[in-house]
Write a protein that binds this ligand. Sequence first.
Ligand SMILES: O=c1[nH]c(=O)c2[nH]c(=O)[nH]c2[nH]1
Length: 307
Amino acid sequence: MPTILGQNQYGKAENRVVKITRDGDTHHIKDLNVSVALSGDMDDVHYSGSNANVLPTDTTKNTVFAFAKEHGIESAEQFGIHLARHFVSSQEPIQVARIRIEEYAWERIATSDGNSRFIGADDVKHSFVRKGQETRTTQITFDGEKWEVISGLKDLSVMNSTNSEFWGYVKDKYTTLKEAYDRILATDVSAKWRYNWTSDEERMPNWEKSYEQTRKHMLQAFAETYSLSLQQTLYQMGSRIINSRSEIDEIRFSLPNNHHFLVDLEPFGLKNDNEVYFAADRPYGLIEATVLRDGVEPKIPVDMTNL
Ligand SMILES: O=c1[nH]c(=O)c2[nH]c(=O)[nH]c2[nH]1
């Protein structure tokens, strides 16, 4: 059967580029998901396999990261326009460049002695919570006599653009990880906490207020902990909640370590001074632990955290 080639396009999809602009110790984040689709004179590669007109998709990826450094990311539109113009004007066979960008917005975390809108406060300069709501969860069990309430949240994305280190770990013959003295710490918090209210005889907690305060303490502890590991940060988050909220006896966290790798821009003659990162989606470290009020029995099932 005779066939002909129809519409075709190619490029690297979903380049997760994170650009940190460090204005003194006030940091600004641009977090984009950039997909490049190029089309033009690409008959030969499909019909005969000649790559003579093919700019590799790998190069389109490199261009995204290099442009983040060279031109900055003023807005998704400005960044996309730069990229599209570059591909069409620098590559003779390419006639159309389509750049799709999703932008993930981040807000500064309001810390215990500051307001997020007041950037003068020392500790709100490099801690962010992703815009858009997390999911709130609860599970209630009643046997006719006793209540058990386990509430929580998931998909609360947070990031510290500094004040995170990781070093001094065990090294064996398979260890390649470089020690980090200034890294990005990012996670999507899943947490479940158990209320110590168990009977109609006791005063019921104010559920709305408790949720709001627990979330607040969780965020503030994340922002205010100078982190030597995600494990240490987790413990700080949990103990801040147990110490501040008498209605909660136990909290379990499941924290993915959302790795941000510095992109090597040396091959393009560019210095990456902790500015341009590749936000990897997998694999990720997964750090899980329960923090308990001293003397109480743990009751949150260990594999419940992600529900
Ligand atoms: O905070 C961290 N904890 C780890 O256990 C770990 N392991 C790793 O490779 N990176 C990190 N980061």
